[in-house]
Design a protein around this ligand. Sequence first.
Ligand SMILES: N[C@@H](CCC(=O)N[C@@H](CS)C(=O)NCC(=O)O)C(=O)O
Length: 269
Amino acid sequence: MTGWAAGLFWPKGESAVRISVTSGGVDRDTMRSQSVCSERIDKRLLMITLYHSPLSINSRRVWVALIEKGLIFDLQEVDLAGDQYKPEFLTMNPFHHIPVLVDGAQTVIESFAILDYLDAQYPTPPLMPQEPAAIALVRMVQMVTLNELMPAVTPLTQKMMGFGEPDPEAIAKALQQGRVCLQFFVEKLGDRAYFGGDQITLADVVLGTVAPWFDELELPLTEFPTLAAWCDRLMQREAWRVTQPTPEMIAAFRERMRALMNARQKGLG
Ligand SMILES: N[C@@H](CCC(=O)N[C@@H](CS)C(=O)NCC(=O)O)C(=O)O
């Protein structure tokens, strides 16, 4: 069984009755007393909280990793209209960014650091391979997504969000650079199901949480059939289905971002 209650996610095969959920969240003492049952359950029931926003790609990659690892966690949505500046949030992350992961006494910021932490702390199933070439492949896909693809497609993102008048030259350049990135990924994926072969890795998690946006960005994967098939494969996984924003959520987010941008331009934000 998979499910949510009061912001708590439990994975397939875990029973919700082991967890006491109150209207305010999780009764940690109950969890602690129940967690003596077994070593495995004890570790899983350690309280993990992810502070996130459902439309954030940076936090979605962590959300997906938590689900892929089969961990039980509490999901706390941070309203980025201002809650990230509240003192209690700034204590966790002075840079006012989500995601933030709190795992017992450990607070981790920066999505890539969180992914590494999760894989080291909860090694099964592993999301990072052991062999040097495979490690390099995962890191290349992660870093090209972050440092090449995402900056390159900024004009496409702005167009998608309806921010200002699109500049045709900037759009053409973004499409060209975006295609260079996608071709790179096609070569690295080869004919495998995932970048890690049969198993998903952090490469799939990081690029795979950006990939569902390509159609919206008007950089369709249809031009890259192996990547399109890989993306479809990911979209069938529970972690992707659960974390995929609905069209209504995307439309509402767009409206909100536009209002924020307008307010900022008028000096109100
Ligand atoms: N490098 C950070 C970036 C995090 C980030 O930019 N988060 C955005 C949401 S996607 C945020 O929290 N923005 C709120 C703000 O800047 O006040 C990471 O990978 O975790």
